[in-house]
Design a binder for this molecule. Structure first.
Ligand SMILES: [Zn+2]
Length: 216
């Protein structure tokens, strides 16, 4: 049985997911994609891709998401939105404690709930995670012969989950253009052929958006 300490988490999630506005970069990315087939791998957990307008299907949030609670006893079908519980706990948190009566419980088995995010290797073996990974591979296989762009935004080499997925994408989509936008990450051609652009992501995406509008 897990014990999830909600005091800090409820405050953090309330702030990062529900109070912080969706960034201009995220909104611009959504506008650029504009319903085109895409697959998004990310270790962002704040849930802002959906709030920016992306459909949940192409999202592979590899470390889970703040917007969902999961049953500590493992009822995978018992995932629920965290919004009401998080607002309630954040509002009643005092001295880094949330009174027990506000701790969410699983509606199926009554066990405590926790935020649906990676807390150990078992997370990466759940049906949801393995299903999302399989869907990502299926997406790549379905677009082998299409003109594609692999867009890498602020990932960095210290993120093995996403860099591993990007390596899978590059291996499958051999003819895709790969573009890396990462301020401070250096500019030029990477050994794997990716074009690296060393500018602010928001500025770069807004430039791409304007150019796409001009070319319509
Ligand atoms: Zn349960």
């Amino acid at each position: 049985m897990c014990v999830f300490v909600f005091a800090t988490w409820s405050r953090l999630i309330n702030l990062k997911t529900y109070e912080d506005p969706v960034s201009a970069a995220m909104r611009t990315l959504s506008s650029i994609v504009d319903g085109r087939p895409c697959s998004i791998v990310t270790t962002n957990t704040e849930g802002h891709f959906q709030l920016a307008g992306f459909h949940p299907t192409p999202l592979f949030e590899m470390e889970g998401r703040f917007t969902e609670l999961a049953c500590c006893a493992g009822c995978e079908a018992a995932h629920v939105s965290s919004e009401r519980s998080v607002h309630e706990m954040a509002a009643h948190e005092e001295g880094c404690r949330v009174p027990n009566e506000y701790h969410p419980k699983c509606e199926r088995c009554g066990a405590p709930m926790r935020v649906n995010m990676a807390d150990g290797n078992s997370f990466f073996k759940t049906a949801e995670w393995t299903g999302k990974h399989a869907a990502f591979k299926d997406f790549l296989a379905a677009h082998v012969n299409d003109r594609s762009v692999i867009l890498e935004l602020g990932v960095g080499m210290r993120n093995p989950l996403v860099t591993g997925a990007l390596a899978e994408a590059k291996q499958t989509l051999r003819d895709a253009s790969a573009v890396v936008i990462n301020k401070g990450g250096g500019a030029g051609l990477r050994p794997d052929g990716a074009l690296c652009i060393d500018v602010d992501i928001t500025r770069a995406l807004q430039g791409i958006e304007q150019e796409m509008k001009r070319c319509r």
